[in-house]
Design a protein around this ligand. Sequence first.
Ligand code: ADP
Ligand code: MG
Length: 786
Amino acid sequence: MVKQTIQIFARVKPTVRKQQQGIYSIDEDEKLTHSLEIVLPRDLADGFVNNKRESYKFKFQRIFDQEAKQEIIFEIIAKPVAESTLAGYNGTIFAYGQTGSGKTFTITGGAERYSDRGIIPRTLSYIFEQLQKDSSKIYTTHISYLEIYNECGYDLLDPRHEASKLEDLPKVTILEDPDQNIHLKNLSLHQATTEEEALNLLFLGDTNRMIAETPMNQASTRSHCIFTVHLSSKEPGSATVRHAKLHLVDLAGSERVSKTGVGGLLLTEAKYINLSLHYLEQVIIALSEKHRTHIPYRNSMMTSVLRDSLGGNCMTTMIATLSLEKRNIDESISTCRFAQRVALIKNEAILNEEIDPRLMIVRLQKEIEDLKAELAMATGEQRTEALTEAELLQLEKLIASYLEDQDPESRLEVGADMRKIHHCFHHFKKLLNDKKTLENTVSSESTRQACQEPLRDEEYTKLLGLLKQRDNEINILVNMLKKEKKKTQDALQNSSLEKSDTRPPQNSPFIAGSPAVPRTPFSSAPSHTQDLSICRHRSSLLHKKTGMREEMSLGRQEAFEIFKRDHADSVTIEDNKQVLKQRFSEAKALGESINEARSKIGQLKDAINQRHLQQVALGISENTVPASTPDPQEEKLRAQLEEEKGRYKTAFMHLKALKVEIEHLQLLMDKAKVKLQKEFEAWWAEEATSLQVNSPATNLQDAVKPFPQQDQAQLLSKKSDRNARRILPSPCPNQQSQEPSGSRVLVQDRPLSSIPLTGDSQTDSDILAFIKARQSILQKKCLGSN
Ligand code: ADP
Ligand code: MG
């Protein structure tokens, strides 16, 4: 058992404005304790704070300042947790902080560069690397990805995600067994045998999350995401299996609303926007108070799921993400305060070991086989299912002599052979039944005789003795029968227990809680076919989401091209494309040099063999003993071979790493494309709506039939949340809406009403929206050049 308090780390996000850096400082004392001092700027201190404190100091295991790279974050924070998971302990890393402070960047990574990949991809990479190195154990890895939004759980890897809205998906629910173990119903587990497969699942989940997000449901800031690696391991031949879960958690933004409504430091008054973070805090408070017995885990889904991570069987680490700008000071202080409380919580991680019942059965069967063989050796007889004729005959003789023997101490010795024992029982039962019928007839006969003539004394005593003897026999037999019956019952019970323990193999590793209790497999682990379908699903999903243009009208396609060109992300996509190209050509060159090295290795091996043969042949022809000193030429060839092998290995390892990078970059690009497409659709709908609103009613309504995207457009226009719409990189976001409603929409200097329309509503609205899009881009360009 490992007792440890929750480790707390802080990470400060790079600030945009340099002059704001003076508001905090990081110190390290002689005991290597790191502390973060947040200095309140004067105006804030004078203005809102009653007690006039000017600085706040918080201790952390370590504090990472703005320039800290993802690599070091992984090395210091995540690697130790991943190591303990590999050793069989549960682990959790969670990021906590206000929206925009870098939680997602830290946990998942940035969307632009390979070097920006966060804790999840790096941990996956590390885990699979270690699994490959360790051949002493057999490992199985499964992945699950859960999102908790508004207290409801959603499976981010559910294949139905694509077809349905978030709300229509089956909710992941919590079930608790009598031992208070938590089981998650409807959360799928996917086997991942390689780093690439696991990475695919991460991207699939993230893409599903992005697609489900709408301006009304800003899931990314208000939901919690729990990416879990389920690892089970066992030594070959051993029946003991170790299970460990590693939760990597990206929490919802921790921002609060203050009752005062100002950014002052009245933090006790402030309330979380997110209810489950409020419950998380309740749990943390309860755990950090010494004498509290009741911990309110059950109040929310998130605290239930993370129950083991908070004060339970887990090694837990928290990363407080801070965006230390002046306007965020109060949020940053409350994040640090939260972390200080978390640091008081003690966890007790234990090895989660259990006996695999399937392996136990296999083991016992093997033992039976061995014992049978030993028995056969000891008795010198081979055991068959049924008794042979000779054995039966011998038994009958034994039974007969046993029954005839008047000595009450006599015993029937048949040896430790259940088949013979059973046969004896059958025999006795038969005898008993025969005797009963016989006695019945005898007794009726004797009654009849008694009526006729009185029994002779001598005969009477003899019969009495016989009766007593039979009574004894019967009693003994009944006892034996009872014992036998009990044995059979026990055996039956055992076998039914074994049966109920034999669950489908994939279920056993993933059910949380104490290992000794038989569990019900609520969450069904997927079969290999399902894994495949997930991969296929991912590619079809991304393809569909990015390949939508095939179904677009020409106007819309052109607008999409322009939109894409002007979109900020297109630079990233282009950059990544270039990097990918470069990596591909690097990979190609590496592949070639690997092939070269391989053929050279082959040639060298041949040359060595040939040289060897030559030497032997020479020895035979000259009839000399082969020289004991090594042949210098062969030595040289061998040295070359080793060198070539080294080169081959280096190139191969390099190629392997490149492959992972290429895969990662491709996934990043796929994701960026889906995002672009999604934003285009939203922008398009908005443009279409504003076009309808702004155009002269008479012209348009005459010319254009009901707008095909009307439903969606109306829906969007209803959303008063204009802030949310700001995320769309509309080339000229507010211009259309600022136009007076009666103004004419111009294409260069042509009135819109003069554009010939086709009469087909889809095409016409596409044409109009396209013109509008062009126009706003033109306007933007004009503004830019002014
Ligand atoms: P959160 O998930 O906490 O809301 P994000 O991780 O989305 O915040 O970060 C907000 C923005 O800041 C993103 O654009 C992200 O790329 C950037 N960012 C966050 N942390 C860092 C960092 N350490 N280095 C560079 N950029 C960062
Ligand atoms: Mg985030």
